[in-house]
Design a binder for this molecule. Structure first.
Ligand SMILES: O=P(O)(O)O[C@H]1O[C@H](CO)[C@@H](O)[C@H]1O
Ligand SMILES: O=c1cc[nH]c(=O)[nH]1
Length: 319
């Protein structure tokens, strides 16, 4: 179906131009300004109940990932890496009042879980972007740290997304709004991707590439797996699709990158997606790699992003 609205139609409304000029995170919703209170239901945080500027005003980096444990571990890791005061074991879940998402803060770094799939990521991002806006956060960089299925890659390879594409290999995110399809661009920040690649290249045993990432709405049939409860295609058809994806520059598959890229792009947030490939999908579908190996793979995006944050904060030199 043809798109009915693109990014260009989302004009900057009055008041938002000031935010653009002073680097404050912007929202693109003219209705928000007239609300006397904004309650971020899935975070259990609100503009009347919490001083969001005092709590979050110093945030410069937001790291997001599917699992609550991973994002807690990342908060503890970055706390240690940045040499922050206090014990990393005291880092508390800021969203403890709800079990939808988990949020941790370590100095200027916010670490949040988003669950699995586009709807879960989308809800989290609506509330996160509003939170950053209400807190008057400036010049924020947001990075997704995830896992993925590789296409033609050695397991353990870290893929920094060049372009986030949908299941038709198109650089767009389509959403149904009021019964019509809206299409938004999934452009990501090229300089940020390159800076992250440079960090990856400095880390031993952390093979890193830039490649296109395909976002799907399912882990099984949606990613061409033969091992789900349902399967409507043959092994040959699966391989043909994966080869087509490879030809289109796709190097990994996950389940959130297009909505993440589109929403961040629409709100002028510098964004990147850094996902480790857990397996090579040309070799199979099941993830049977030992748990300790998977944990080490999951640390790779964290180490890479930690190095980037340290460089940005002047704690490490750029080569
Ligand atoms: O490792 P995370 O961040 O959860 O991401 C990937 O893993 C999940 C599927 O196992 C999907 O959410 C996919 O995008
Ligand atoms: O194959 C995989 C592995 C992790 N996450 C995905 O979405 N797909």
């Amino acid at each position: 179906m043809a798109p009915i609205l693109t990014n260009s139609a989302e004009a900057i409304v009055s008041g938002q131009r000031d935010d653009l000029e002073n680097g404050i995170v912007r929202v693109k919703n003219p209705h928000l300004a007239s609300m006397t209170e904004d309650f971020l239901y899935h975070f259990d945080l609100g503009t009347k109940t919490h001083n969001l500027q005092a709590m979050f005003g110093d945030v410069k980096f937001v790291c997001v990932g599917g699992s609550a444990n991973r994002m807690k571990a990342f908060a503890q890791f970055i706390h240690m890496e940045l040499g922050l005061n206090g014990s990393d074991s005291n880092i508390m879940d800021i969203c403890a009042g709800t079990d939808r998402y988990n949020m941790y803060k370590a100095g200027p770094v916010l670490s949040i879980s988003h669950g699995m799939g586009v709807p879960s990521m989308s809800i989290m991002l609506h509330e996160l972007i509003k939170l950053l806006h209400h807190a008057k956060c400036c010049d924020v960089t947001i990075i997704r740290l995830g896992t993925s299925g590789g296409i033609g890659l050695e397991p353990g390879t870290v893929v920094i997304t060049g372009t986030a594409v949908d299941s038709f290999f198109q650089p767009q995110f389509e959403q149904v709004v009021l019964g019509k399809i809206i299409s938004r661009s999934t452009e990501l920040d090229k300089d940020l991707a390159q800076a992250l690649l440079n960090c990856g290249n400095e880390i031993a045993d952390c093979p890193t590439i830039i490649g296109n990432t395909m976002c799907t709405n399912d882990f099984y049939e949606g990613q061409g797996r033969l091992d789900g409860a349902l399967c409507s295609f043959s092994n040959e058809e699966k391989l043909e699709y994966l080869k087509k994806a490879y030809k289109a520059g796709v190097r990994n598959i996950e389940m959130e990158c297009t909505v993440f890229a589109a929403m961040c792009h629409s709100c002028d947030l510098k964004a990147a997606v850094v996902c480790v490939a857990l397996l090579n999908r040309f070799d199979g579908d099941q993830i049977t790699t030992p748990h300790e190996v998977l944990l080490e793979y999951q640390m790779r995006p964290q180490k890479l992003v930690s190095m980037f944050i340290k460089k940005q904060l002047g704690l490490l030199k750029y080569n």
